[in-house]
Each structure stands twice: as structure tokens, then as C-alpha cells.
Design a protein around this ligand. Structure first.
Ligand SMILES: CC(C)(COP(=O)(O)OP(=O)(O)OC[C@H]1O[C@@H](n2cnc3c(N)ncnc32)[C@H](O)[C@@H]1OP(=O)(O)O)[C@@H](O)C(=O)NCCC(=O)NCCS
Length: 202
């Protein structure tokens, strides 16, 4: 049984805590720099993020939705042992799937054979990552979003709620794919893309 500390204490962090508990591991508490942060559901707020140094034997997970913040925190806590959290009700193939450190796979998510998932990603509730995808680091596949077979998603990209990326496509890093968008062509410039078919917004 691992002792896990969640960085962040907001709603997303609480979902992450729930997954850790469902995996049968222990949540020692939350670390958060916000003066208004609190514990929740009987899980304590242990202190600010720098208190991570007090827990050399713990494993850590970042429970924050923003890829930019996850990236900064991963650099700030360099050297810690990252936990990987997979909800027991997620369906993660055992055939050629890799899931990077610090990644969280939520309830109902499906990861199909040959998918390679990077570090510190969020595969949110009910998302689908189909076969042979290559998902970079700090990627967020939102609630109900799906990437068809052999898709590549670059580091830091956020695929919004209910969005779809069609098969064989590449979306570069640092993109926002808006809620409900359908990507039907490769995206090779960072930016925000919305609509059906997805077009650049900014
Ligand atoms: C794409 C997005 C980031 C844009 O946010 P924003 O920059 O604040 O944009 P605004 O809300 O000011 O909207 C600007 C325009 O784009 C349109 N727009 C915004 N999001 C859109 C979307 N997903 N699809 C189509 N049009 C969209 C708005 O209707 C608005 O159009 P108008 O100028 O004609 O009124 C945001 O709307 C979005 O889709 N976020 C995803 C949230 C999400 O997936 N959460 C998941 C949690 S698990």
C-alpha cells in the first residue's frame, strides 16, 4: 500500500484522492499554497506545497487541471516519486499500453491496445484513447472526449469535454481543442480550435 500526497486541494484533487483510495492506497493529505485551501472528506490539508520535503517516503500526484501548472509543479518537485492512479472502473488494455508517472486515469476511461500515455496526463471520466495513440506529457483528455486510432497528441494539449480527434491525426503540443470540437485534419500550430470541423479560434 502506497502513501500518496496530492498536490492541490480543489475539486479535481478530490477526484484524484478518490481514485487513490479506490486503488487501495492511502492518501496522507493535500498540499496547496492557496490561503483558502482546505481539506475535504476527512482528508487533511497538510500545508503548502514546499512541505513535500517533510514526506521523503511518500508518493505524489498533482491534482490540478491546468497543464501549465502541472508542468511547473513537476519541475518544482523534481526528484520525488510520482504515483500513477488508475480508477478500478477504467478499462486499460494490457496489450502494449504504457502509462507515464503522475498520470491519472479516471472512472470509465478506456485505453486501447498499443496506446502510449505520457507523464502527468489526465484521462478524465469516460474519455476514450483508442489503439496505438501516442499521448504526450501533461495532456488532458477531458470528460467524454475521444481520440480515434493512431492519433498523436503533443505535450500540454487539452482536448476539451466531448471533443473528438479523428483517426490517424496529429495534434501538436500546447493546443486547446474546444468543448465538442471535431478535429478532422492535423493541427500543427499551438492555439485554440473549436467547432465541427475544428477551426482555429485564436
Ligand atoms: C474553447 C474555449 C477554451 C474558449 O473559451 P473562451 O476563450 O473563454 O471563449 P468565449 O467563451 O469567450 O467564446 C468566444 C466565442 O467562441 C465561441 N466558442 C467558445 N467555445 C466554443 C466551442 N467549444 N465550440 C464552438 N464555439 C465556441 C463562443 O460561442 C463565442 O462566440 P461568439 O463570439 O460568437 O459569441 C472554451 O469555450 C471551451 O470549449 N473550453 C473547454 C472546457 C472543457 O472542456 N472543460 C472540460 C473539463 S473536464
Amino acid at each position: 500500500m502506497a502513501d500518496v500526497i496530492i498536490i492541490g486541494a480543489g475539486g479535481h484533487a478530490r477526484v484524484v484522492a478518490d481514485i487513490v483510495l479506490r486503488q487501495g492506497d492511502r492518501v496522507l493529505g493535500f498540499l496547496d499554497d492557496s490561503p483558502t485551501a482546505t481539506g475535504a472528506y476527512g482528508i487533511d490539508l497538510l500545508g503548502p506545497v514546499d512541505d513535500y520535503k517533510k514526506y521523503p517516503h511518500a508518493r505524489f500526484l498533482i491534482g490540478i487541471g491546468s497543464a501549465a501548472v502541472r508542468r511547473k509543479l513537476a519541475a518544482r518537485l523534481e526528484g520525488v516519486t510520482w504515483h500513477t492512479a488508475i480508477h478500478p472502473a477504467a478499462t486499460v488494455s494490457r496489450l502494449g499500453v504504457t502509462v507515464g508517472e503522475g498520470t491519472v486515469v479516471m472512472a470509465g476511461a478506456v485505453v486501447s491496445p498499443g496506446a502510449r500515455i505520457g507523464a502527468h496526463c489526465i484521462l478524465n471520466t469516460g474519455s476514450i484513447v483508442e489503439h496505438d495513440n501516442t499521448i504526450g506529457n501533461y495532456v488532458h483528455i477531458s470528460v467524454g472526449a475521444r481520440t480515434a486510432g493512431t492519433v498523436t497528441i503533443g505535450d500540454g494539449t487539452w482536448v476539451g469535454i466531448g471533443a473528438t480527434v479523428s483517426n490517424g491525426l496529429t495534434v501538436c503540443g500546447d493546443c486547446m481543442i474546444g468543448a465538442g470540437a471535431v478535429v478532422v485534419k492535423n493541427i500543427d500550430a499551438p492555439g485554440t480550435y473549436v467547432g465541427v470541423p475544428a477551426r482555429r479560434m485564436t
